[in-house]
Every structure is written in C-alpha cells, then in structure tokens.
Design a protein around this ligand. Structure first.
Ligand SMILES: Nc1ncnc2c1ncn2[C@@H]1O[C@H](COP(=O)(O)OP(=O)(O)OP(=O)(O)O)[C@@H](O)[C@H]1O
Length: 330
C-alpha cells in the first residue's frame, strides 16, 4: 500500500470580494499518494488553479481558506498546512517539500536577473552552502537538457521551452516530495511539450520528486503520464478514479460530456462519437442548488436539483458524485 503524501478534507476556498464570494473550491476531499501522478482536468474556470494554490497554501487576498484541512506528510508525520499562515508554509515547506510550476512558468523568472542568482537566494534562505547548491543546479540543468553553464545566463537569452525547463530545474533543486504543474504544456509547441513531459516523468523516476499533480485541459497528456484523474466541475470534484478505468467507462454525466467533446479524442471516446455539452458552466458566485451540473445534465432527476451528491466510492478506487449511482436518493 502506498502512503498518503497529502490529504485535503472538505476544503473550501473562496475569493471574498466586497459583496460576494466566488466559490472556486467548494468542499473538496481527496488524497495524493506517494509515487503517483494525478491529473486534474476540467473546463476553464472550474477551480483547477485555485485548487493548486490551496494545496500549497498560497492564499493571497481575495482568496481565503473558508473551511477544511490540508495535511502534508513530512518526515513520516502529517503536518497541518491549513493551520499555518502562508508565510509559515512558504518558509518551512515551499521548494523543500512542495513546489509549483505555475501557469506561464516561462515568464516566472525576471528576464534581467541571472538564473544563478535564484539559486544563491535559495541557498541563503535555507542555510545551504551556495557553491554546493550551484553545483547541484548545474547538474539539474543538465538533467533537464540544458547546458549547465547557462545557469549564468539571463532568462531572456533562452527560448520559451528552455526557460520553462530552467524554472523546473530551479523549482526542484531541493528535491521536493510534491510537484504541482499548472498547465505546463499549454504555451509550448509540440516538440517542447514532449520534452517537458519526459523531463517531469524522469524526475519522478529518479526520485527527485515523489508525486506530481498535473493540471491540464489535455486528456491525452493525462493518459500518458497520470495514474489517477480528478475531474472538476464548478468548484467540485465530480469524479476521481484510475485513468484507464475512467477513460474506458466515465461515470459522471459531466465526465462523459467532457470526454465526448474533446477535439482529439482518445480511441475509447472516438468509438462513442464526439458531442458537446449543452449550456455553459455556472457562475460560481451563485452556483445552482443540489448538483451543480444538474441544469446541463441529460439525466437530471428531482433529487439532483435539491440535494448535493457526495463524492462516494461506488467501486474500489472509483469515486463519483452523482445520484445516478447512489442507492439511497432520499
Ligand atoms: N482573483 C480572483 N478574484 C475573483 N475571482 C477569481 C479570481 N481568480 C479566479 N477567480 C474565479 O475563480 C474561479 C476559478 O478560477 P481558476 O483560475 O481556479 O479556474 P481554472 O479551472 O484554473 O481555469 P483555467 O483552466 O482557465 O486556468 C473562476 O470563476 C474565476 O473567475
């Protein structure tokens, strides 16, 4: 049995605006195991990036943790990240235990600061010998396919794909257990996309990182690299299951609609034919009652409008939040 690396319990994180709240992550419970890759998939605006910020407690106003707990296993013991401030989590765990490759990572480095300066800064803030860490950085540059001497260069001297790999090399220099990659391939050409996926998987194989959360719109990529997949809809997890079984037999009507509407369908989807999901995702300030997908769902029943379906394990390892699969609907 694999150990749990991170667990989230009923986590709610809202953007608290002056008069209203955007319920971007609303009651999420899940766990990430050691030595696994989890793909997080869902339409734009469903809360994927918010979720990634919540996981490493990057709460910047107006984003607020309203409820729930997040635990990370550090040296064999769970620590509750959600009981700490952002600054405390940042100081103790960012880079060391948990790291993020943000959306548009290629622009994450200041163009006018030599890359080695980031490494020197890391060494200083973690009390590590600078030369030792620079040595490690040069080796890491090589591992991600960059010339080790380029560590002395300015980011603007590198192409977009190279810059992104430089970010990955620097972000993983302290061998964090968990790496969160937020749509890392979306701004890259096909060749650089492939290189990036190879680099990430190599890092996991070599034990540089233990587990990866990979946020993407691209189901084909998830299939290539992930063990399990989380499907999000309107701030909720609607389905969570091993990738192969999910692709073979998606259970939630939203997952079915999502898979059937992708432009480059997987073979299983191709067989079923491409369709689109009618309607549009809801506004998260005032989401629909009951199941948030019910206004767009072809199978909606009365109960779906009234009661929210809990994410429930209906087969070993397969969780779905849909009344179609619950015996007890009352
Ligand atoms: N700073 C903010 N203030 C208010 N609302 C926000 C803020 N950032 C995001 N949101 C809202 O929170 C919801 C979730 O956004 P989020 O960026 O997490 O979605 P996403 O699934 O990552 O989308 P994408 O795939 O386009 O990156 C959306 O309704 C979005 O408009």
């Amino acid at each position: 049995m694999k150990e749990i690396l991170l667990k989230a319990e009923n986590v709610r994180a809202y953007y608290k605006l002056e008069k209203v709240s955007v319920k971007a992550v609303d009651g999420l419970s899940f766990e990430i195991l050691e030595d696994e890759v989890i793909g997080v998939v869902g339409e734009s605006g469903c809360g994927k990036t918010t979720l990634s910020n919540v996981i490493f407690m990057n709460m910047v106003k107006p984003l607020t943790l309203v409820d729930g707990k997040i635990f990370l296993r550090v040296n064999g013991e769970f620590v509750e990240l959600s009981s700490m401030t952002r600054d405390e989590v940042k100081r103790k765990f960012w880079g060391k235990e948990i790291t993020i490759i943000p959306q548009a990572a290629m622009n994450a480095l200041m163009p006018t600061i030599r890359m080695e300066k980031y490494v020197r800064h890391l060494a200083e803030s973690h009390g590590i010998d600078e030369e030792e860490l620079l040595d490690k950085a040069r080796r890491r540059f090589e591992e991600v396919g960059l010339d080790p001497l380029w560590i002395k260069r300015y980011p603007f001297e590198l192409s977009g794909g190279m810059r992104q790999r430089a970010v990955i090399a620097i972000a993983t220099i302290l061998n964090p257990s968990l790496l969160i990659a937020d749509e890392p391939t979306s701004a890259l050409d096909v060749v650089n996309q492939k290189v990036l996926l190879k680099v990430l998987m190599q890092m996991k194989r070599q034990g540089i990182v233990k587990s990866i959360i990979f946020i993407t719109h691209d189901i084909a990529t998830v299939r290539q690299i992930a063990d399990r997949m989380i499907i999000m809809y309107a701030g909720k997890i609607v389905e969570f299951a091993p990738v192969e079984s999910l692709l073979e037999k998606p259970l939630h009507p939203y997952t079915q609609g999502l898979f059937n509407s992708v432009l480059t369908p997987e073979p299983e989807v191709k067989k079923r034919g491409i369709t689109t999901i009618p309607g549009a995702p809801p506004n998260l300030i005032n989401p629909p009652s009951g199941c948030r997908f019910h206004p767009r769902c072809p199978h909606a029943m009365d109960v779906c409008k009234e009661k929210e379906p809990p994410l429930t394990e209906i087969e070993p390892g397969r969780r779905v939040a849909c009344w179609l699969y619950m015996e007890e609907r009352a």
